[in-house]
Design a protein around this ligand. Structure first.
Ligand SMILES: Cc1ncc(COP(=O)(O)O)c(C=O)c1O
Length: 396
């Protein structure tokens, strides 16, 4: 039989999806499963975006431009301008989701064997994208004790080798919910300038910050134009995960021209979804005000309810819609499987993402889970109640 590549064999399974068969089996047995495992928001997509797809006179559904249309990228540049990020359409490549933006970025700046340093826990698919490019993820650990703040710069510097090409951060963080401060970004700036590295910031949750805190973009750092690359997406901003539109933003012309070659090789992002994304840019601020208030209330409920469970420790997220919770169990993956396979509370149970998959240091995060607060407040309260009962039973 012809053999699969070593690369293929080492592609990691998604920790977010691998418990799906157990959830499906639970549902077949009549148990209601609350999904706290995946960042699929329940928030309504702006109607103007949906209408743009419904009401148009397209007769030939043609390819779009590889980098996305001028009109879309110009409108997008205006949106960034309103967020203290001065860029033009030429600094932007539209991609098939933030996922493809990450793949093209890693593909453009690394060779096999190169290294990217990432604070962990991190978005698990960074492992997949890196593996696909033959790149090694080098984790630098951040801690639940201080809400997963930026690790000390010395910790990064210890890990920098001749193979290091980039530092990758997620801001606000998935799975941590941590929002990097201006000071932390300034520290990163000094370091990447000193070692001449790329600074990639995944800002797909940039809209979602709480307690009146402001998001700071790496694109607003002065004097770092050749080093900074921003990854963005419409998936979470407009609750449009199925559109599959994201983008790469950078003022580094050589990098953008390289990424464009990757974009040309896959021809174009999806045309209908580009239409929807362009229309979505006219979404009024009131939509975001409501959505952010909703997420903030959900976070408040989730965190305060979780804190009431004995033995549970939880970081306080300042952005995005996830939190990491430490549970009084040895192995959260076994527990997450058990609550689907062997447990229910009044015919209901939940699915969480075991956090081990968000770390690449062996043995880290084994008693942690990631909870996505993408359900309404009533359901979230119910979920924490179910979790409490489950933990009591599991530990008896
Ligand atoms: C941190 C982060 N980056 C990137 C993505 C990919 O998003 P998409 O490809 O839907 O734009 C996700 C999706 O959950 C994410 O959480």
């Amino acid at each position: 039989m012809p053999s699969i590549s070593n690369k293929g064999n080492s592609m990691p399974q998604s920790p977010i999806r691998k418990l799906v068969p157990f959830a499906e089996a639970a549902k077949k047995n009549g148990t209601k499963v609350y999904h706290l495992n995946i960042g699929q928001p329940d928030i309504k997509t702006p109607q103007i975006a949906l209408d743009a797809v419904k009401n148009n006179s397209i007769e030939v559904l043609s390819y779009a431009r590889s980098e996305g249309s001028d009109t879309y990228r110009t409108k997008l540049a205006n949106y960034y301008g309103m967020n203290d990020i001065n860029v033009t359409a030429n600094n932007i490549i539209a991609t098939t989701g933030g996922s493809e933006a990450l793949l093209f970025t890693i593909g453009s700046i690394t060779d096999p064997g190169d290294e990217i340093i990432i604070p962990e826990p991190f978005y698990a698919n960074y492992n997949g994208f890196s593996t696909a490019s033959g790149v090694k993820v080098v984790p630098v650990i951040s801690k639940i004790e201080n809400n997963f703040a930026l690790p000390a710069i010395e910790d990064f510097e210890k890990l920098i080798t001749s193979k290091t090409k980039a530092i990758l951060i997620c801001n606000p963080g998935n799975p941590t919910g941590y929002l990097y401060s201006k000071e932390e970004l300034e520290k990163l700036k000094q370091m990447v300038a000193k070692h001449d590295l790329f600074l990639i910031a995944d800002e797909v949750y940039r809209e979602f910050t709480y307690d009146g805190d402001k998001h700071n973009s790496v694109m607003s750092l002065d004097g770092l134009d050749q080093h900074t690359i921003m990854i963005d997406s419409v998936s979470k901003r407009y609750s449009m995960c199925g559109a599959r539109i994201g983008c790469i933003v950078s003022r580094n012309e050589e990098f953008i021209n390289t990424a464009l070659k990757f974009a040309q090789a896959r021809l174009s992002p999806p045309t209908y979804a580009l239409l929807a994304s362009e229309a979505a840019l006219d979404t009024p601020q009131s939509y975001f005000d409501e959505v952010i208030e909703e997420y903030q209330e959900r976070r408040n409920i989730l965190i305060s309810e979780l804190q009431k469970i004995e033995g549970v420790r939880v970081a306080n997220p300042k952005g995005a819609f996830y939190c990491i919770a430490e549970l009084p169990v040895k192995n959260s993956e076994d527990f997450a499987q058990w609550i689907l396979e062997e447990f229910h509370h009044n015919n209901e149970t939940l699915m969480v993402a075991p956090a081990g998959g968000f770390y690449s240091t062996e043995g880290e995060g084994l008693n942690q889970v990631r909870i996505a607060y993408v359900l309404n407040k009533e359901d979230l309260t119910r979920c924490v109640e179910i979790l409490k009962v489950a933990l009591e039973q599991y530990n008896n």
